[in-house]
Design a protein around this ligand. Structure first.
Ligand code: ADP
Length: 437
């Protein structure tokens, strides 16, 4: 604001002095041109009509001969001497300083006259205007400009005051909502968006979008905590019940049974904790991925042999392996493939078949696991990648619903993805794609 005022004052000063200069020169020229009609030279003699004016408001006119001698009219008394010495320059208006005062002068040639020794000499009309005489009028204009400037500044300040009051009211409103969310932790609250000022409405909208995301994250967090608690509760309850049972019995056989159950439940807990830890490390980027050579057919063979052994005759795993080599973390990629094969076996019908295929496609390599089992409903194909999601809890009582969430994260960290195609009741096809390196 201060800088703007200074700039405007400088501008007014500059423009007004330029206008004064222009106007004075124009007045001089006008006065001289009007007076030229009343003066002439004929037969070497100067003729001045009675209408010739030696003083026209503020302009004074003097007839001078080349050399400076005054033939008619008078210079201003206080500057007569210095003015006589000023060089004649035809039709040029200029500002000169005589005796410390500024004068505007303009010389215009009238003609020639004969002087004593019969020689012709040029004569000129000189218009003289004292700058201080003209200034008083222009000074008024300048003052009006300054007063207008002060008026404009006052109006701007008044508007600024009104606007800032309104804007600060709306901002206070937003702060109030933000604080209320902070203290009550009620993430369902939103900021008002029907603001008078578009910019504030945009800000409120952006804040609301952020609140939407925060609310979603909080809900996921809450869901996650309750899912973990739920998954932990069952094995812990089983272990406690088994211990209580063991305290009451003396039979060695029953002890062994109890130990067996406790071991299986502990293994399950360990499995859950390991998966959760891996998942959170991957999510937070705290896990360093190793850059090893991945021979996908080789990994597939070792996993499928183990799975076939576990499945025995209930499911037959067929392999169709073509070259597929890339780089990545073998232990993590093995987790993905194992999860896909395990699921395919788990959700196959008895005596079903699972096909595992490897190969290359464009700039990717893939491992495709196809089963002809229960399949997945279309609305669930996205949900199965969420943590703790199980389509059919009864069919997958053993699982935690963490396998695909972890597999998806591992694929993502390797720059790859997992694609799903499934027909409910007919089977599923899960394909892990990894970039070729
Ligand atoms: P888990 O670790 O318990 O096996 P996943 O995350 O691997 O769980 O799978 C999540 C859910 O996706 C499973 O509970 C199951 O409902 C569904 N699912 C996964 N693979 C298949 C498949 N091949 N056929 C049918 N459903 C499947």
């Amino acid at each position: 604001m201060i800088a703007m005022t200074v700039i405007m004052v400088i501008l007014i000063r500059f423009l007004s002095s330029a206008a004064v200069d222009y106007e004075i020169k124009r007045e001089l020229r006008k006065g001289i041109d009007a007076n030229l009609f009343h003066i002439s030279t004929r037969n070497g003699k100067l003729k001045i009509s009675e209408n010739f004016r030696y003083q026209d408001e503020k302009v004074r006119f003097v007839i001078i001969r080349r050399g400076g001698k005054v033939l008619a009219g008078e210079y201003p008394k206080e500057a007569a001497n210095s003015m006589q010495k000023i060089f004649i320059r035809n039709k040029l208006s200029r500002c000169v300083v005589c005796n410390g005062q500024k004068y505007y002068i303009r010389d215009v040639r009238i003609g020639k006259i004969k002087v004593k020794n019969k020689k012709s000499r040029g004569i000129f009309m000189r218009g003289i205007l004292k700058k201080s005489d003209a200034d008083s009028f222009y000074y008024k204009i300048e003052m009006v400009s300054y007063i207008s400037l002060v008026g404009i500044l006052c109006i701007i300040l008044a508007f600024e005051f009104i606007f800032s009051k309104r804007i600060s009211k709306e901002l206070k409103d937003m702060c109030h909502t933000a604080e209320s969310i902070g203290t009550s932790l009620d993430m369902s609250q939103r900021m008002r968006c029907d603001h008078q000022y578009k910019e504030i409405a945009v800000l409120a909208n952006a804040n609301n979008r952020m609140l939407d995301r925060l609310e979603q994250t909080f809900q996921q967090q809450e869901q996650f905590t309750s899912d973990v608690a739920h998954e932990l509760r069952t094995p812990v309850a089983v272990v406690m019940a088994q211990c209580e049972y063991a305290w009451k019995t003396d039979s060695e056989e029953e002890y062994r049974e109890v130990l067996d159950v406790v071991y299986r439940q502990s293994k399950r807990l360990n499995n859950l904790i390991t998966k959760l830890l891996k998942f959170s490390r991957l999510e937070q980027g705290r896990m360093q991925l190793r850059d090893e050579m991945l021979d996908l057919p080789e990994i597939v063979v070792s996993i499928c042999e183990e799975q076939q052994e576990k499945a025995q005759d209930s499911v037959l795993i067929r392999l169709n392996l073509k070259d597929a080599v890339t780089t990545g973390d073998i232990s993590l990629i093995a987790i993905v493939i194992q999860n896909l094969v395990e699921n395919a076996v788990k959700f196959s019908h008895p005596q079903g078949e699972v096909e595992v295929e490897t190969g290359g496609q464009g700039d990717e390599v893939f491992v495709k696991v196809t089963d002809h089992g229960i399949g997945i409903l279309p609305e669930n194909t996205e949900k199965i990648f969420r943590r703790f999601y199980k389509c059919d809890k009864a069919r997958n009582a053993e699982g935690f619903g963490l396998g695909l969430a972890l597999s998806g994260k591992i694929a993502e960290k390797h720059g790859g993805r997992i694609a799903v195609k499934s027909v409910y009741g007919a089977g599923s096809e899960f394909t892990l794609y990894l970039p070729k390196k």
